[in-house]
Design a protein around this ligand. Structure first.
Ligand code: CA
Length: 683
């Protein structure tokens, strides 16, 4: 049952669930009933739940369980097994809390709570506020977080960015990044992998953090790195793989990514070391967070603390399941909303995390997401937040309250993934053979244009002709994340192999370059799945959430084999970073500075005009030819620098055989098949 749920849980989700008024009305009634019941629960407003160490050397453990009649605190020497060395009743306090004072603080020991409610004792749990846990996360650990800081942590800082669309995001799983023998990395599959400098593939290409620096990405987006359920941390030699969308302890790192899961401080220190190494390299860290569901239902830490409260239910009392994983959390309830807010604040403050990616964000309500944004930006105005603006199934939460992409204009400082541009460029995610604009399928031009203007209103974009969303849902381009692929579904390479079965890889690489050129020149924030810059594949496996390393690990030999691909991506990133025209911040600017020419099937042409967003270039002409034939088109007269042509790109302009700048004079130009042509007019 759970495996089936995970199959659903880890796939890509539909853009927006069709609204079902009748079903919705029925569930809404229950929603009201539950809310009425839960509204009577006492709530607690302070952020001191969990372990508090006092200056005098005591520990105060505090938890919220308003329906508990009794709570027992147990202290153990071991992270698992053994018998408690202390077992004491906790004292009921204000706001539904329970606390216990331990003097002196039992440093290095483990703890659990056990709640007595409704006539029975619930299983032991570390609660939901544990910031350090033992192996496999079944007990909390009493440690001083200050002892986990690496050298220089006090002055550690992520990169400053003015706007989210100045970022270039690189999505990576810890094991994918370093497990392959060709990585040359010592700490394979660990947080520490990203701290190793000077690592090389057998072909002498830079790997690891040096590769990231060479490529020029500004932010690494790490797949779930909080403590998750699926990997047995006591059996690490067995090389288990999981994406980690099965949260167990939200406020502690995953143990299998540390060199010693048995020491609760090690995973914390090593994750901080990773973050510091990236920060020292000028790279920010975005964390993938999954507050929308838990790995378990009745046995989750939420359920063992306050049964029912943290989840939504159907009229028959069963768990509603907008996550496709067996349950969904209830962010609209005060203590769940507070939990999310306090949890991201913990990661931002204690770990210096620079951004958050919310899984199935539309399961959360817009109000909570707005609180998340406000509170995070108060800690660091450069922190940014984005998420999947959809759910995986229907929810009792009314659609108008969901943090859907269609509601993004109600969420300040939050961005959503554009599945519009994703599927228009490469073809539909769920149909492997389906082609997109970049692979020669006509009729998707308007949807690509919706992507180019970052789903903002533009006089030359007809949303009625869009394939996906039918209105300009973003109020600013900073609200959109553009991508063609991510950890979900086929990698771009595999998608191209399945949808262009008769083509050569050389042809597919052209298509990949064109696809990413559309992403990286569009307004909004570009997002790249790790390894696509070296034409990485996953052997055709679309839902590789628990596939072995042989499927998931990036083979760094590909960097040597696909040098041309790598340098193209690198220059594409450099072009975007050098030219603010691709990074406009207001819908007005986008409407004013982008002029489209009339589209033809698989041909889109537009100009960024009048020094858009303060760009040094007066005009930039961008033409995409998704056809498998060369195409002639007309451009205005003038002196145009050639920036990108026929699968080659240089952010300072392509050079001819004599080392001179390549130029064209306007009039008729040829756009080679399946490629982008980018021209720049300096004045
Ligand atoms: Ca774990």
């Amino acid at each position: 049952m759970r495996n089936r749920m995970f199959e659903l849980c880890t796939g890509t989700f539909v853009a927006s669930v069709a609204l079902m008024p009748l079903a919705f009305r029925a569930s809404a009634e229950n929603h009201v009933d539950n809310d009425a019941k839960y509204a009577l629960y006492e709530t607690y407003g302070n952020d001191d739940l969990g372990v508090n160490l006092t200056p005098s050397g005591d520990a105060i453990l505090k938890m919220w369980a308003p329906t508990a009649e009794k709570v027992t605190l147990r202290i153990y020497d071991e992270a698992r097994g053994g018998t408690p060395v202390i077992e004491i009743p906790m004292t009921k306090g204000d706001g539904g809390t329970w606390s216990a004072l331990l003097s002196p603080a039992p440093m290095g020991k483990y703890y659990t709570y056990s709640v007595y409610t409704d006539g029975k004792w619930l299983q032991e749990t570390p609660g939901i506020w544990a910031k350090a846990v033992g192996v496999n996360g079944s007990r909390g650990a009493i440690i001083d977080l200050k002892d986990t800081n690496p050298d220089g942590w006090e002055t550690d800082k992520g990169p400053a960015i003015k706007n989210v669309n100045d970022a270039v995001i690189y999505e990576v799983h810890h094991r994918d990044f370093s497990m392959h023998p060709s990585s040359g990395i010592v700490n394979k599959g660990k947080f520490l992998a990203m701290t190793e400098n000077g690592t090389k593939s057998p072909k002498e290409d830079a790997t690891g953090i040096d590769h990231l620096k060479e490529l020029g990405v500004t932010h690494v987006h790490i797949l779930p790195s909080y403590d998750f359920n699926s990997v047995d941390e006591s059996q690490l030699p067995s090389n288990q793989y999981n994406w980690g969308y099965d949260p167990q302890n939200y406020n502690a790192p995953e143990g299998s990514y540390s060199t010693n899961p048995a020491n609760p401080g090690t995973r914390i220190t090593e994750m901080k070391q990773m973050i510091k190494a990236l920060h020292d390299a000028g790279i920010g860290v975005v964390m993938d967070v999954v507050y929308n569901h838990t790995a378990q239902n009745d046995d989750s830490n939420f359920s063992l603390t306050v049964p029912g409260y943290f989840y939504r239910h159907r009229p028959d009392g069963t768990y509603s399941d907008a996550s496709g994983c067996g349950n969904e959390t209830a962010s609209e309830r005060k203590m769940m909303g507070d939990f999310i807010v306090n949890s991201v604040k913990h990661w931002a403050k204690e770990y210096h995390i620079d951004g958050f990616r919310f899984d199935l964000m539309a399961i959360h309500d817009t109000e909570t997401m707005n609180r998340v944004a406000t509170e995070l930006k108060a800690i660091n105005p450069d922190i940014f937040i984005y998420g999947e603006g959809w759910t995986a199934g229907d929810s009792p939460l009314p659609p108008e309250r969901r943090a859907l992409k269609e509601n993004v204009s109600k969420m300040n400082g939050i961005a959503v993934f554009s599945d519009d541009i994703r599927d228009a460029i490469k073809g539909h995610y769920s149909d492997a053979a389906d082609r997109g604009f970049a692979t020669g399928k006509p009729g998707l031009e308007e949807t690509v244009k919706i992507g180019i203007v970052a789903s903002t209103a533009h006089p030359q974009v007809d949303y009625a002709k869009g394939n996906n969303s039918k209105f300009a849902y973003a109020s600013a381009p900073t609200q959109i994340i553009n991508y063609v692929s991510c950890h979900d579904d086929l990698t771009l390479t595999d998608k191209l192999r399945k949808s262009m079965p008769d083509a050569t890889d050389a042809e597919r690489k052209r298509a990949a370059k064109l696809a990413q050129t559309i992403v990286f020149t569009s307004q909004g924030t570009p997002f790249l799945f790790a390894g696509e810059e070296i034409f990485r594949d996953k052997k055709g496996v679309h839902n590789s959430y628990k596939s072995p390393d042989s499927i998931n690990a990036i083979d760094w030999n590909l960097k040597g084999l696909n040098k041309d691909q790598f340098s193209y991506y690198k220059e594409l990133i450099a072009l975007r970073k050098a030219h603010p025209a691709f990074r406009m911040t207001t819908a007005d600017d986008v409407a004013r500075h982008i002029r489209f020419d009339k589209s033809e099937p698989n041909l889109i042409s537009y100009s960024l005009v009048d020094h858009a967003n303060g760009d040094e270039w007066k005009e930039i002409k961008v033409i995409f030819n998704g056809r498998d034939t060369d195409t002639e088109t007309k451009i205005p007269k003038g002196d145009w620098l050639v920036i990108c042509r026929d699968g080659e790109i240089s952010h300072t302009g392509l050079k001819d055989a004599n080392g001179k700048n390549m130029t064209v004079r306007g009039g008729k130009v040829t756009v080679p098949h399946r490629s982008a042509l980018i021209l720049a007019k300096e004045k």
